[in-house]
Design a protein around this ligand. Structure first.
Ligand SMILES: *Cc1c(COP(=O)(O)O)cnc(C)c1O
Length: 376
């Protein structure tokens, strides 16, 4: 079981880079320049297994490897099963590809109305802004394009995308994602958000970013200035394990929230990483402390070479069932499967309805006790 939610347990600091100046360490561009991406760099600090060594060699043609010093410090070097390590250091299990896995696992290409703009739901669009990330999650839904290791050749044309949104008055919600939109410069981001805000039918803008987790240094005053003043900007971050909740992430989240940007979290259910009620409870408690509302828990997509990350679907239901009633309702995310073939996100829930007879609903509560509700 994960240790208690004691704030003093939250990892932080320069770790292996203690000789670096504070100015450099806190500079997000320094963090980007000093990411670990070569096998020798990992070997300098960790005992790399045979499987990892092979994974690191394979990655150049699948999905690049790159880990920020901040995130790398969170790896426990004496734990070969470290939940942080498994998210960003590849193994040879990535070469196992199952017949039902698909490079486009949630059918985005079929709803791509303009290059980089996915219009699947009636009122909202997914706007892919870049194919780069701070670090590369080995189970990435967009492995096919992100990091360009497979030669996807992603060239976003912001003007074309903006034009589509301007013409489609039904689009009231724009989700900026990628890759990671916070890798855009403050001025580029500011430009995009301003252009979107100027479209009268766009009433809601979201950023989907893992940079606060990989690179909390990115949450600069300049970024806050770019986002502040837009009453309709929200952000979804991506935290999977309580150990990712560092002092630095907490400070970054508070900075965002205090500037008027509501935060949600999207986790991916990952085998051997967070597929456990106690770990998940610890994570969502920490999220609440950081003023982040747990939003979605995703069943891991059918990405080629990701089978070692996937759990049976019932594991997700079991976790939600284990949380319901035993923790704050606000803390419980919605478990979803993003359907293959472009079906969108489908909620998967434990069943609390035992039986319906006419207008009589036989329900069970979190303790499995039965209750009757008489409907109209
Ligand atoms: C997830 C997603 C959205 C946003 O969905 P919400 O349920 O509103 O968070 C929009 N478009 C696409 C293509 C998506 O994958």
């Amino acid at each position: 079981m994960f240790p208690l939610d004691n704030l003093e347990n939250w990892h932080s600091g320069k770790g292996y880079w203690c000789g670096t100046s504070d100015v450099e360490w806190n500079d997000w561009k320094w963090q980007m320049r000093n990411r670990l991406n070569q096998k020798e760099q990992f070997e300098k600090y960790l005992k790399i297994s045979e499987s990892e060594s092979e994974g690191l060699s394979l990655s150049s043609s699948k999905l690049l490897v790159s880990v920020t010093p901040h995130f790398f410090n969170l790896i426990n070097p004496s734990d070969p099963d470290c939940p942080i390590r498994k998210q960003v250091i590849p193994t040879n299990k990535e070469s196992v590809v199952l017949p039902y896995e698909d490079p486009d696992p949630v059918g985005e290409e079929g709803s791509m109305v303009v290059s980089g703009l996915v219009h699947r739901y009636p009122d909202r669009v997914l706007f892919l802004t870049t194919d780069r990330c701070g670090s590369y999650c080995r189970y990435c839904t967009r492995s096919r394009m992100v990091s360009n290791a497979q030669g996807y050749g992603f060239h976003p044309n912001f003007e074309k995308n903006l034009d589509y949104i301007r013409k489609h008055t039904e689009v009231r919600d724009v989700l900026l994602s990628g890759g990671d939109p916070l890798l855009l410069s403050d001025s580029k981001l500011s430009f995009l958000i301003n252009e979107l805000s100027n479209i009268s039918h766009v009433e809601f803008i979201r950023l989907g970013s893992r940079l606060p987790v990989f690179l909390p240094q990115r949450v600069t005053d300049g970024l806050i200035d770019a986002l502040r003043g837009h009453p309709n900007v929200w952000m979804s971050i991506h935290v999977n394990h309580p150990r990712e909740c560092t002092i630095e992430l907490k400070d970054a989240c508070h900075k965002l929230v205090n500037s008027g940007i509501p935060l949600g979290n999207q986790s991916v259910l990952l085998n051997g990483i967070n597929d456990n009620v106690d770990i998940m409870r610890s994570l969502i408690h920490r999220l609440l402390i950081m003023k982040v509302r747990p939003y979605y828990l995703y069943q891991c997509d059918l990405v080629p070479g990701s089978s070692h990350f996937r759990t049976p679907v019932h594991k997700g239901i079991e976790i939600i069932e284990g949380l319901r009633g035993t923790t704050t309702g606000y803390a419980i995310p919605q478990f979803v499967i993003d359907a293959p073939g472009g079906g969108g996100k489908i909620p998967i829930n434990p069943n609390y309805v035992k039986e319906v007879q006419g207008k009589t609903w036989k329900l069970k509560n979190f303790e499995n006790r039965e209750f009757i509700y008489q409907s109209h």
